[in-house]
Design a protein around this ligand. Structure first.
Ligand code: CP
Ligand code: NVA
Length: 301
């Protein structure tokens, strides 16, 4: 039904070339060299939020408008989705009004269902298992500060959540080494490591954060309590994985610190790290805008 539609559902199902070209477009948009003047004039994006958002919502809305397009926002509690209208029906209806659908939801199967029944591109704006839009901003930001990511070493210390899973996809697609330190109960799904291995990725799991971080070019973490995950760290296993100055000192002297935000200072990261000289989190947040625009252009032109 939707064979020719370019959905942005997950990094593992998009080619390396396409992902790299989206980042290149984002860089051109940021430095003003892209030859685009309202290329999405007359187009509309619907954004469905079943979870809260600040960055994703604002960057998509501002980005779409900067490209000449328009946006409609549907919070699930204020739309018929919240009253049980099916994803399949919603997809077919929205496809008659808008040119693209961005959805932030719980299970990945909901995004897949939306894409199955939509005749316009569907963008994954975060699910319980992935956050692909964020990773494009993250790779772009790392490269602005530290040069090509290919062959570099990124260390994750914290919960093995949706962001950790998308970092695994990114490691394979952008050819960097990824070390993940997390409690074994909270590790990303073993299928992701198997997928990375099968695709010649360099992704390793560690129990000791200091080992994972040793000489790394980047240290990254995320909240210990993801949206919709009320059972986060019930046994208080995450404390040793907090990114503090002592942990950062194991990394390369030029290492950067990244976090998709929102952050919880004193939990997954200390204030001296996130507000310190190695932190590039504000550029990372800004780059959501440029990569969002590049994703919209990839889907719609
Ligand atoms: N990083 C990120 O996706 O932030 P929001 O939840 O604010 O959209
Ligand atoms: N892991 C976090 C990311 C927020 C952008 C969450 O899912 O809540």
């Amino acid at each position: 039904m939707t064979a020719m539609v370019k959905h942005f559902l997950n990094l593992d199902v998009i080619s390396k070339n396409d992902l790299r070209s989206i980042i290149n477009t984002a860089k051109d948009l940021k430095n003003g060299t892209a030859s685009v003047d309202k290329p999405l004039a007359g187009k509309a994006l619907a954004m469905i939020f079943e979870k809260p958002s600040t960055r994703t919502r604002v960057s998509f809305e501002v980005g779409m408008k900067q490209l000449g397009g328009d946006v409609v926002i549907l919070n699930s509690s204020e739309s018929q989705i919240g009253r049980g209208e099916t994803i399949a029906d919603t997809a077919q209806v929205l496809s008659r009004y808008v040119d693209c659908i961005m959805m932030r939801t719980y299970g990945h199967e909901k995004i897949s269902e939306m894409a199955k029944f939509s005749t316009v591109p569907v963008i994954n704006g975060l699910t319980n298992s992935s956050h692909p839009c964020q990773l494009l901003a993250d790779v772009m930001t790392f490269e602005e500060h530290a040069g090509p990511i290919r062959g570099k070493t990124i260390a994750w210390s914290g919960d093995g959540n949706n962001m950790a899973s998308s970092w695994i996809h990114a490691a394979v697609k952008f050819d960097f080494n990824l070390r993940i330190a997390c409690p074994k109960e909270q590790a990303p799904h073993s299928e992701l490591f198997e997928w990375a291995n099968k695709n010649n990725g360099s992704v390793k799991l560690f129990n000791e954060p200091a080992e994972a971080v040793k000489n790394a070019d980047c240290v990254v973490t995320d909240t210990w309590t993801s949206m919709g995950n009320d059972e986060a760290d019930p046994h208080n296993h995450l404390a040793p994985f907090r990114v503090d100055k002592a942990l950062m000192d194991h990394a390369s002297v030029n290492a950067v610190f990244m976090h998709c935000l929102p952050a919880h200072r004193g939990e997954e990261v200390t204030s001296d790290v996130i507000d310190g000289p190695q932190s590039i989190v504000w550029d990372e947040a800004e780059n959501r805008l440029h990569t969002q625009k590049a994703i919209l252009l990839w889907c719609l032109t």
